[in-house]
Design a protein around this ligand. Structure first.
Ligand SMILES: Cc1cc2nc3c(=O)[nH]c(=O)nc-3n(C[C@H](O)[C@H](O)[C@H](O)COP(=O)(O)OP(=O)(O)OC[C@H]3O[C@@H](n4cnc5c(N)ncnc54)[C@H](O)[C@@H]3O)c2cc1C
Length: 582
């Protein structure tokens, strides 16, 4: 049987996947590289990134440096970040920004012609570089142009549905072509996942429709663990009620958060008294949720106001044009004249596929899995720990996208092509799709997806506890059963069957949702984005550890592994875990 072969296959054409593709071509131009993406690469969620990418360039704050950036990141992570990975992230930041410039990215400029930088939550200094509030767009377009120029073969609108992992080695994958419905087995010396986040597990999210956690699910189904999945980032300012993102750049430029009493309420909380609106996201989101819970939402409703009127028309139009457009387009509100209604929205996945600092995926025993790499939002290095700082994700995608490309190129350069029999994988995928297409159940995909999204949001939202999580997990078993036994697709064709894709994606959402909730149940403390009402304090003696959630048959099991605290050796006073205040 014929197979498609490449030395390296990258899954994902967002910032991490495309930066990796460019790095592979630069490291070893002789390698054949295939990049598979279920959407056109330029439609990956990265294109929607708005506010900025962090680097201590010192263009605005001359005393900034990588160690301060590292400290902000570690403190922001509620001390759960791996400090060796944070060191690489922040030390390489300036260099990768220059790299991006050389690849053609146009950043906004300061008066003196240097790259402009703005303030962001949890960062001591103004260090977010940006292209107005369309930063992801500016970077992704240039990266994709570059990878095409360098000869990467792109399989756009192909859906990866199976990772081939046998004899302790990843050997390839199975994907189907959305246009024709054809299933193909791909063989490779190494596979790199850059499959992005899972925002669609919840009912209100800033994420794209394609952010369904497929890469995480495929990894879990292969029997490998996912790390720190209980840490789901809620972005404080989702437009109410749709959940579309209003960038943190808006607060970076000086916006106020206002409750029904007309107060800038961030000042009423001890934890955020000094930094006010520029406190990290976990704290800001919790405070907003608290205001709403206690009846101080606007007119008693489920939202507060984000007010930029004092910035003036000129600054609003030049610095945050997209935020203004979104308000007008979605709600008919022009923020020059009226405040925007906002509430927290699911935004980012701190957890993911565990990797070492060379982006090699690791198992429960912390040993690398041969032939398997991951980078970007789907990976958990972990540089964000329990809470990511704004502008650090694009940075992670670029720093570790590049590093993963270099490491995977080195790995694949002196490896033989693996051997396996593709027939079983081909048959298995065909029968999976056939079953979905012919099953005569009663449940429509949209209905089941909505039920799952409502369930995770209700039982595993900003605040959770044992009762809510246990009940949620029980109900989720019922949804899994309906997915397996009672699904009904209206479209039974093979060509561009979006329902079939949606059905496969729903499978990912269910698996990822279950691992998130089980991991949340196992962490009996509150840290970063994970707030247990029944365990309100951080517990370093038991949980200064990464959680691992993995499938064992049909159930999810959990384990823990230690955090790397290596920067403590450099600057012990600062980097030793302490109470967080802003
Ligand atoms: C609205 C918004 C604004 C943001 N703003 C900022 C910001 O200003 N600064 C910042 O640092 N971060 C920001 N973030 C976060 C940041 O943009 C993302 O974390 C980052 O872009 C993720 O990039 P990625 O390459 O890992 O994944 P993505 O860009 O999400 O790409 C995932 C890729 O995987 C592919 N894929 C997934 N599953 C499959 C499958 N089964 N088969 C084939 N292909 C598959 C997709 O097609 C896609 O190409 C923002 C996020 C959002 C949602």
């Amino acid at each position: 049987m014929l197979m498609i072969e490449h030395d390296v296959i990258i899954v994902g054409g967002g910032l991490a996947g495309s930066r990796a593709a460019v790095a592979i071509a630069q490291t070893n131009p002789n390698l054949s590289v295939g990049l598979i993406s279920k959407v056109h690469p330029i439609r990956s969620h990265s294109v929607a990134a708005q506010g900025g990418i962090a680097a201590a360039l010192k263009n605005v704050d001359a005393h900034d440096d990588w160690l301060t950036h590292a400290f902000d990141t570690v403190k922001g992570s509620d001390y759960l970040a791996d400090q060796d990975a944070v060191e690489i992230l922040t030390k390489s930041a300036a260099e990768v920004i220059i790299d991006l410039e050389h690849l053609g990215v146009l950043f906004s400029r300061a008066e003196d012609g240097r790259i402009a930088q703005r303030a962001f939550g949890g960062h001591t200094n103004s260090r977010a570089c940006y292209a107005a509030d369309k930063t992801g767009h500016a970077i992704l377009h240039e990266l994709v142009m570059n990878l095409l120029r360098l000869g990467t073969k792109v399989y756009q609108e192909w859906y990866v549905m199976r990772l081939i992992y046998e004899e302790g080695e990843v050997k390839g994958l199975v994907a189907y072509c959305l246009e024709t419905g054809a299933i193909e087995v791909f063989k490779a010396k190494a596979v790199l996942f850059a499959t992005g986040g899972y925002g669609r597990v919840f009912n209100t999210t800033s994420n794209d429709y394609s952010s369904t956690g497929d890469g995480l699910c495929l990894t879990a189904i292969a029997g490998l663990p996912l790390q720190d999945m209980e840490f789901v980032q809620f972005h404080p300012t989702g437009l109410y009620p749709v959940g579309v993102l209003i960038s943190e750049a808006v607060r970076g430029e000086g916006a106020y958060l206002i409750n029904d009493l007309g107060e800038r309420f961030m000042g009423n909380y001890a934890i955020s008294k000094n930094k006010m609106e520029l406190s990290p996201r976990d704290i800001t989101s919790r405070n907003i949720a608290q205001e709403i819970r206690e009846g101080r939402g606007i007119n008693g409703g489920a939202y507060v106001h984000l007010d930029v009127r004092h910035l003036g028309k000129e600054k609003i139009i030049s610095r945050i044009p997209f935020a203004r457009e979104e308000g007008m387009r979605m709600l008919g509100i022009d923020c020059i004249d009226r405040p925007l209604p906002i509430r927290p929205t699911v935004h980012y996945s701190m957890g993911g596929i565990p990797t070492n600092i060379d982006c090699q995926v690791i198992g429960v025993d912390s040993q690398p899995i041969a032939g398997f790499f991951a980078s970007g939002e789907c990976a958990c290095l972990s540089v964000h720990g329990a809470n990511r700082l704004g502008a650090n994700s694009l940075l992670e995608c670029v720093v570790f996208g590049k590093r993963s490309g270099e490491k995977v190129a080195e790995y694949a350069s002196d490896r033989p092509m693996p051997k396996f029999d593709p027939t079983i994988y081909q048959r298995e995928a065909e029968s999976k799709n056939k079953k979905l297409l012919t099953h005569q159940g009663n449940t429509r995909i949209a209905e089941l997806r909505q039920a799952l999204q409502d369930l995770t949001t209700e039982h595993c939202g900003i605040f959770r506890d044992r009762t809510s999580l246990t009940e949620g997990l029980e109900k989720l078993q019922g949804l899994k059963h309906r997915y397996a036994e009672d699904l009904h697709l209206d479209d039974r064709g093979e060509v561009f069957n979006m329902e079939l894709t949606a059905a496969l994606e729903l499978g990912s959402l269910l698996t990822v949702g279950e691992i998130i909730m089980t991991s949340a149940l196992s962490r009996q403390e509150s840290r970063g984005a994970h707030s247990r009402s029944d365990y309100p304090n951080r517990d370093d003696s038991n949980y200064l550890q990464h959680s691992l959630g993995y499938l064992d048959g049909n159930t999810v099991k959990t384990a823990f592994r230690p955090v790397n605290l290596s920067l403590q050796a450099v600057d012990r006073d600062r980097f030793t875990p302490q109470e967080r205040k802003y």
